[in-house]
Design a protein around this ligand. Structure first.
Ligand code: SAM
Length: 273
């Protein structure tokens, strides 16, 4: 690794602590026949532990071609690891699916922080057969994703990711375990993807975003602004779901957003996608 210059622009903060790397593989529930997609293998420290845990196929997508010789050396013992060089967000999901021959797989990664949210949405919206996602993220982001109603961290991302799967924080990871050391702490997020996709998830997500668009505003205000409808009509739809129009989005559990979306569809305020 002496010759390698870490690139801040790619979010390169590498891990070396073998106990932690094994714990992440354990959190992901990787069994000895599982297929795994890893995003950003870096120098291959997590990839190595994944390859020790499974004989299934591991596809590791890395943006930085300068890591190719290092990865090839570090992973030469593991014929089941396939290295792909490119930007994960520019690779069509079908290509990833084809690399696993359409079989289900788990996602395990220490994600680059600068694009961790887009990568999570790329994965959950891809329609790929993903069993679960276990990723290292900035701690504040994990805390927001797993937050429950009526807390300061609860927001659109908590509701939307909660529609796709069961979200949990499995562990906190201090900044001191990374090289180079970042100026934030991290945590591991687990998303156990629900086998049946929530019906109308696209519309529900839009309603959630509208409801949280201005956090300090009431549901009534955010919706009449987003839908461009008279207040009385918006309030009537909210009340038909047992929601007080003057409450804020942060007090609604995800079930209420589903109910509200259905009521807005019935009132023809929003269309089916
Ligand atoms: N897995 C390694 C570890 O735990 O030590 C490295 C993790 S480091 C936080 C993130 C890795 O993602 C880096 O290797 C970086 O080059 C890579 N990366 C950054 N942006 C990427 C992208 N858009 N697509 C694929 N890999 C990316």
């Amino acid at each position: 690794m002496e010759k390698f210059n870490f690139k801040k622009k790619f979010g390169q903060n590498f891990l070396t602590d073998t106990n932690l790397l094994r714990a992440i593989v354990g959190d992901a529930g990787v069994g000895n026949q599982d297929n795994v997609l890893e995003i950003g293998p870096g120098a291959g420290a997590l990839t190595t532990q994944l390859a020790e845990a499974t004989k299934g196929k591991i596809v590791s997508v890395e943006i930085d071609r300068e890591l190719k010789p290092i990865l090839e050396v570090n992973l030469k013992k593991y014929p089941n690891v396939e290295l792909v060089f490119g930007d994960i967000l520019k690779i069509a999901p079908e290509e990833i699916g084809a690399r696993f021959s359409g079989e289900p797989f788990r996602v395990v990664a220490n994600l680059p922080y600068y694009i961790s949210t887009p990568i999570i949405f790329y994965l959950i919206e891809s329609g790929l057969k993903i069993k679960n996602i276990t990723v290292m993220l900035q701690r504040e982001l994990v805390d927001r994703i797993v937050a429950t109603p009526n807390t300061k961290d609860y927001g659109g991302i908590s509701v939307i990711l909660g529609l796709y799967g069961k979200v949990t924080k499995t562990r906190d990871v201090p900044r001191t375990l990374f090289t180079p050391q970042p100026n934030v702490d991290s945590s591991i997020l687990s998303i156990e993807i629900y086998p049946d996709r929530q019906e109308g998830i696209v519309e529900i997500s839009k309603v959630v975003k509208m409801c949280f668009s201005m956090r300090r505003k009431t549901l009534s205000n955010n919706l009449l602004h987003g839908l461009n409808k008279p207040r009385a009509e918006v309030d009537a739809v909210l009340q038909s779901c047992g929601i007080t129009p003057s409450t804020r989005a942060e007090s609604l559990p995800k079930e209420k957003f589903i109910e509200l979306t259905n009521a807005l569809k019935n009132a023809k305020f929003i269309k089916n996608e």
